[in-house]
Design a protein around this ligand. Structure first.
Ligand code: ZN
Length: 117
């Protein structure tokens, strides 16, 4: 395998053809990659707002969750925007210390607030 590879590609930002030196290059220039990054960020924001709407439609009220002092596993995942798997990993490596109420695992809001800060 030669390291001097040249791959004709189309910039995904400006649609101009260019010669890429690696197979992962997606942009013709730094300018285009910067523009695209902003574009992605903007899309993420829009997506988040849509998610809020979606959550409300399925009966999940983020504002209510945010106002709670104790959160369930599910609520903690929603609040942090992480998967259940990730949450259990945080608990396992002691990033998050859960509390127990009866047999139920709950997470103190202050533990999460501490994490976010
Ligand atoms: Zn470009």
């Amino acid at each position: 395998m030669s390291s001097k590879i040249t791959i004709p590609k189309i910039c995904i930002q400006c649609n101009n053809g260019f010669i890429a030196k690696t197979t992962v290059t997606k942009f013709c220039s730094k300018k285009c990659s910067g523009k695209s990054y902003k574009h992605i960020k903007k899309n993420e924001k829009v997506k988040k707002a849509q998610d809020q709407e979606y959550l409300k439609s399925v009966g999940i009220d983020m504002e209510l969750i945010q106002s709670k002092e104790f959160l369930s596993i599910k609520e903690t995942c929603l609040l942090l925007g992480i998967s259940r798997m990730s949450l259990y990993r945080y608990i396992k490596n002691k990033t998050i210390t859960p509390s127990k109420l009866g047999g139920k695992v709950i997470i103190k809001k202050e533990v999460i607030n501490y994490l976010i800060k």
